[in-house]
Design a protein around this ligand. Structure first.
Ligand code: GDP
Length: 297
């Protein structure tokens, strides 16, 4: 399970302080030493760890704990609050265009789960938001990607716009946008090319697609299992093309938590969804508070 180690460590640490009727500065220091270690072991970005420890420590030795009748529990509440804040605080909603179609670009490195997530997202948009999505196969460099998206479309009974692989992605998207208008699709989700590494050609192509029609969302799909690397990838994509949000995949695996806990703070971009499995219904909206509760038990 994701965050298992981190959850166990934090819960163990907080258990010690839970029932305390009085909490000294030394108690807080001791506790935060454990918390710090747990976060670092979970591969959380060092700057993020420092900031988190500072914020919790300041509040934990402050008035809100001193005045509380149950100081131990108050401290636990502070840890939960700050953990929630770290992951973005409020749930981040999807931006829909007031002039449909809403355009969503999916970007990411190969293998992150981009094509699968494109299908999952369309499924959520149809089911929960009553939308009529069109999927666009613009990943022409991995030939199997076009077929994969078509298969996903069939499986979900959702239309996929594809023009094969001998045509430029920009042209595909251009025609897809026209098609969407004609067929009254209110959301267009573009599966762009993934590469093994971030390179100039990939970024330029994404910028060219972006330039056709300003997308309402640019979602970076990253593999949560890659920890700190996911944060670097997010920074690079954000600098090069600009992203509006992150979808973290493979949170059903045994990821330690580094990506989920660092990405928002480092990139200032919200996690919008999390992938919880390979099946088409395994995409969940990301709720920072629920995630914090899950970690703290
Ligand atoms: P792309 O190269 O980024 O388009 O990646 P794919 O969509 O082809 O996904 C790569 C692999 O990751 C596939 O085997 C997917 O089934 C798998 N995958 C994607 N998302 C998840 C997830 O949330 N959990 C798990 N366990 N597997 C996932």
């Amino acid at each position: 399970m994701a965050f298992e180690g981190l959850a166990e460590r934090l819960q163990g640490t907080l258990q010690k302080i839970k029932g305390k009727g009085k909490i000294s500065e030394a108690d807080v220091k001791e506790m935060m030493k454990d918390v710090r270690r747990a976060l670092i072991e979970a591969d959380v970005n060092l700057k993020v760890v420092k900031e988190f420890v500072k914020n919790v420590s300041e509040r934990a030795v402050g008035q809100e704990v001193m005045k509380s009748l149950t100081p131990g529990q108050q401290v636990i509440k502070i840890v939960k609050d700050e953990l929630t804040k770290l992951m973005g605080g409020e749930q981040s909603q999807i931006s829909f265009s007031s002039r449909p179609p809403t355009v969503i670009m999916m970007v990411g490195l190969q293998g992150a789960g981009k094509t699968t997530t494109t299908g999952k997202l369309a499924n959520v948009l149809r089911k929960k938001y009553n939308k009529k999505p069109l999927l666009v196969a613009a990943d022409i460099y991995r030939p199997a990607a076009v077929k994969q998206l078509e298969t996903i479309g069939k499986q979900l009974s959702l239309p996929v716009f594809s023009l094969g692989i001998d045509i430029s992605p920009v042209e595909i998207v251009k025609q897809a946008l026209e098609h969407a208008k004609e067929e009254h699709h209110d959301v267009v989700i573009i599966d762009t090319a993934g590469r093994l590494h971030i390179d100039e050609v990939l970024m330029q192509e994404l910028k060219d697609i972006r330039a056709l029609k300003e997308p309402d969302e640019v979602f970076l799909v990253v593999d949560a299992m890659t920890g700190q690397d996911a944060v670097n990838v997010a920074n690079n994509f954000n600098d090069a093309v600009g992203i509006t949000g992150v979808i973290l995949t493979k949170l059903d695996g045994d990821t330690r938590g580094g990506a989920a806990l660092s990405i928002r703070s480092v990139t200032q971009k919200p996690i919008k969804f999390v992938g919880m499995g390979e099946k088409m219904d395994a995409l969940e909206e990301f709720h920072p508070e629920r995630m914090a509760s899950r970690i703290l038990g």
